[in-house]
Design a protein around this ligand. Structure first.
Ligand code: GLP
Length: 242
């Protein structure tokens, strides 16, 4: 694993955006695996900025997102579909027909997951997968558990994740309790993985995930087995790592 130490959140965002830009420049028709959460917002803002300056062209890019809440309509401002449109898709020249997320409004979980596996397979595979890191070590919505789930599956979110996401909703009752997420096998099949992490509150989990035991209890720890992972983290997030 390559660790890139950033000064702060802005520096992390610029460095991560540079890596994504390089991917888009080297292979204009690449498949990007994208992530939501607060951490990559600055990365997307930087990409939009460079697009506006004429430095980036997304017209041939395909994207597949990691996850989506089950039961949230696309026009709900907390859906990941809404997030991606708001932070990236509506601001660059990407072809919306080439942007994919699990269908949160498909009530049949088996169907939603099978459909999404098919979408991912049809893209031909992810060239670069962007990941954030949950406080409990989740990637996408692969929550701590006894096993690594391989492909897209429906998850019941842990109490800690529901609490962490409460800040985005009016009340805890409004936070969706289930989500569809890409599985660990799919994430691990990406040719390259870029993890972004910021803040002192993530320092403990960074240490556990990337320097601790490889265990489904800390799902991100499996990334230690991938041979092309770049961790871009700020000093606060790396404060427990020598
Ligand atoms: C969310 C998302 C993850 C994200 C993580 C961390 O629940 N499903 O994809 O990486 O939690 O979020 P944040 O970046 O806001 O800390």
């Amino acid at each position: 694993m390559k660790i890139i130490r950033a000064k702060d959140y802005n520096d992390m965002s610029r460095k991560a955006a540079n890596i994504i830009s390089a991917q888009v420049i080297i292979k204009p028709n690449c498949v990007l695996g994208l992530a939501t959460g607060s951490t990559p917002i600055g990365t997307y803002a930087q990409l939009v900025d460079w697009y506006n300056k004429g430095d980036l062209d997304f017209s041939d890019v395909t994207t597949v997102n990691l996850d989506e809440y089950k039961g949230l309509p696309r026009d709900n401002d907390q859906s990941y579909y809404y997030f991606m449109n708001d932070n990236l898709f509506s601001k660059v020249n990407i072809n919306l027909d080439r942007t994919f997320l699990p269908d949160g409004m498909e009530p049949d979980s088996d169907k939603a997951c099978a459909d999404y596996n098919k979408v991912i397979a049809e893209t031909g595979g992810v060239d670069l997968q962007l990941l954030g890191l949950g406080h409990n070590g989740h990637i996408g919505f692969n929550e701590p558990g006894a096993i690594f789930e391989a492909e897209t599956h429906c998850v019941t979110l842990t109490e800690s994740t529901v609490k962490a996401n409460q800040r985005f909703f009016a009340s805890i009752d409004d936070v969706p309790k289930q989500a569809y997420t890409m599985g660990i096998k799919t994430i691990m099949q990406a040719k390259k993985i870029l993890v972004v992490v910021s803040g002192e509150d993530k320092a403990k989990i960074v240490k556990e995930a990337f320097f601790g035991a490889i265990t489904p209890q800390v799902q991100a720890s499996v990334l230690q087995l991938h041979n092309d992972v770049i961790l871009v983290a700020d000093e606060a997030a790396l404060s427990l790592v020598k």
